[in-house]
Structures are given as C-alpha cells and as structure tokens.
Design a protein around this ligand. Sequence first.
Ligand code: GLC
Ligand code: CA
Length: 510
Amino acid sequence: MPETWWRGAAIYQVYPRSFADGNGDGIGDLAGLRSRLPYLADLGVNAVWLTPWYPSPMADGGYDVADYRDIEPTFGTLEEAEKFIAEAHELGIKVIIDVVPNHSSDRSAWFQEALAAGPGSAARQRFWFRDEPGDWKSIFGGPAWTQVPDGQWYLHLFAPEQPDFNWTNPEVHQEFHDVLRFWFDRGVDGIRIDSAAVLVKDFDGGDPDGYTDQPEVHDVYRGWRRLAEEYDDRIFIGEVWFPDQERFARYLRPDEMHTAFNFDFLACPWDAAALRHSIQETMATHIPLGAPPTWVLSNHDVARVVTRYGREDTSWDHGARRDGVPADLELGYRRSRAAALLAMALPGGVYIYQGEELGLPEVDDIPGELRQDPMWPRSGYTIPGRDGCRVPLPWSGGEPPFGFGTGEPWLPQPEAWNKLTAEAQAQDLGSMLTLYKTALAIRRDRLGDGTLTWLDSTPEVLAFTRESGLTCLVNLGSEPVRLPPHETVLLASGPLEGEELPTDTAVWLA
Ligand code: GLC
Ligand code: CA
C-alpha cells in the first residue's frame, strides 16, 4: 500500500469484548481476535481500529483506562498485543488503537495517588479537584462532580469512575506524549482520539458547555502531530463532532489530526436531500484542507444501522437515542445494503463497525439486570444505552454462543442470529457479508481517496462518478429509476428490475 494508505482506507472497528473469545470465559480477547485475522483479511479491509484494550474496571466498556501502557488481563497480555500487531501487518492490515486523553479510570495509579495525597497536593493537580462542586452535568446523566471522603470534589464529564485530567498541567501533556511513543514504538499505525474536543475546560465563562472546543485544545494536537511526524506514516483520527463545520475543520488543519469521524453523515436520515447536503458539506470542509473525508454508518455508541434505517425517524441523535423504538428490519436491511455501497463509493476512508458486514440489528430486549452500559443506571434506568450494538458476534453454528467462544457470552445473543452467522453468510451470494466483501474488493482498485463528480439526477436519486469511471447511483425515491448508459453493472445492493433501479437500492456501474 502507498504511504498514504489511510487516505482511502476501509477501517474495520473491533470492539474487543464482543469480537471473538479465545479462552471460553464469554469475553472477547486477543486470542480470539488473532484467530479471526484471516476473516478480516478475507473481508478485504485495510486496517482495524480497536476500542480500548487497556487494563480497565470496565465501568465504561474500557473507556475507563487504568494503565495506558498495558493490556486488560481478560483480553490478554502486552506480548500478545505485540504478536497481534505483527500478524496483522503480515496480512497487510494496519492497526489503529484508541487513546483516551480526557479522563482515566478512578483506579489509575495517578488517581489513586491523588486520593491518597489529599487536598492541595501535586498529585491532585493532575485532575480537577475543588472544594466546591460546579454545576456541569455529566454526559452520561447526573452531576459531573463527585465528592471524595476528605470533602473535595472532582470533575468527571462521563461516569464518576472516569475522572477528567487537568490539561493545564504540563505533566499530563508529558504523560500522553510518552503513551503515544509507547505504542508507536510497538508498531501501532494510528491513534483514534477519544472525546477529542473536550480536554480543555473553561470553568469561569459561565458556559454549561465550557468544556467543548476550547481554543487551547488545538495546542494539544499540534504537539501530538509533531511527535507523530518523528515516525513514518502514523495517523490521528479524532472523535470530533460539531454542527459548525468551521470549528470542526480546525481539527483537520495540516499540523493537527489527519482525519476525523464523520458523525454528520452517521446522524443523517435516509433522505436524498439530507444525504446530498451532508456529502457536499463534508467535501467542502475537507478538500481545501487536503484531509480525506471519512464515511461512517455506525459504531459502538449508536444503534445498529439496520434498525435505525427501519425506523420512522431514520436520523441519529446522541441526545435522543430512540432505544427500543420499533423498526421494520426488512426495510432497514435493504436500506443498509444501499447505504453500504454509498459509503464505500464516496471519496476518502470508510469505517465498518464489527457486525455491520453481517447486517446485525440492534438487540433491544437485553434484560435490565444484564445491561452493562453506565448510561442505564446513570439515567435512572430510563435510557437502556449502548449494549444493544455491543452483543458478541455470531460466527457459526445454530445456537448461542454461535462460535463466539465456548462460554456464555457476556451479553446474550438472540436465537434468530443463527441465520446471520459469518459461516451462514459466507457461501450465500445474496448475503450482507458477500455484498461487503465484493464491494471492498472493487473498492480497492477503483474507489477510496479522491473526489467525485455529481451527475444530473432527479432529487430523490444520488448519482456521482469517481475518477476511475465508476458510477454510483442510490435511489431513495418511491419509484424505480432508469439506469444511465453503462457497460457493466459491477454490483447492486439488491435485484435490479431490468434497466431500472428499484427504491432503496444502490448500484455501481462502469
Ligand atoms: C467516546 C466513546 C464512548 C465513551 C466516551 C467516554 O464517546 O466512543 O464509548 O463512553 O467517549 O470515554
Ligand atoms: Ca475471553
């Protein structure tokens, strides 16, 4: 792959707890992941992104990191992680890991030291300790300040088990530089930066949102970029999201991050005008900066796309999650297939969240007592949260645990997933898995980095060509539309009706 592999990469997101279990304890791990690397190579992705794999009490699925330089023991060891990186590289797969700079776990050595050292100590200056709580709310619900036994309060934008670092303290900057080097030295190709825009806090401005996008946060990433430039070809991907494209774009300046997740596209309803607008805005923001856009349909924080596109309201909103809202899964499935061809045809990188290639729906009937997401208790048991998209993958066989491992999975899998296993789909030419695999193979040579040219079409059809001559058409209208002149149909998300493209169907023509 060329030096700029990441500009057009297909990146597969692994949520390690739910990918594959190698030792039978019901929890995914590195042994399981390593054994399934051939599956990922066969699928044809260019890179994997793993959500946090560090030692963690799992108060927030690993986003509560207790030690940034080691591996969670239920996942494996540092030595295994190094083997995994080497094996992935042998298969031509790049490795991206998640770094969480906004907060650590309350079990981290630093936070424990801060608790022991007491008020006024240097150890407390690494976090935000105060004698009085502020009035900010936690993003997971409830107050953002928690009191410790000696009477002081500390800030946590997320769960109380996730104390926020004080990014005005140079020690914190130094620590993260060391952490980046630790992983770059071990061959990691890229870093996904968690909650990237909220590191710097302005407590005095009176803004309830005074942690979002403070100007000094850019200095953090400029420092990181300088560090990455000392290595060859290492990249940063920001978890950054603002409706304001100008503010968003600042994170993609040439001396900051390489790319960011396209949440605007992810949140967009299944509607031609809205999608066209989102695509155009994305291109307009990225192209002048020379940063490749990314196209994301789902991740470990949002409802699975088959379910989302089957609902009456197909948009996504972190604030109004619509957990449990009924969905027409057949409709959602059909649209997801079309959306996959759209996302994979657009210029730039594409993300595939594990199970998306299997067409898994959201699991919305997990019994309350089995739910693990802190959103559930923090919302007073009103928001079920994100477990429904984190259910362990079905690999093979006719009943749970569907080859995930030998033990009982940490979240229950629906019986109906017997039709959705990777094994069942592998030989089925009409399956979601086959669609992804075929599309990724075509994408390798003809799509990825570059630009697009819109074609004339009716408002309910998205139609564009790419430099390679590939034309992508998506019909979001209620009537079939005629295909433009072409030599071959390379791939379609569903059956064509002669020379017509049916509703909720996408096609790639050459
Ligand atoms: C990001 C992660 C999410 C996590 C949060 C706090 O949004 O994607 O899973 O809960 O950050 O770290
Ligand atoms: Ca395991």
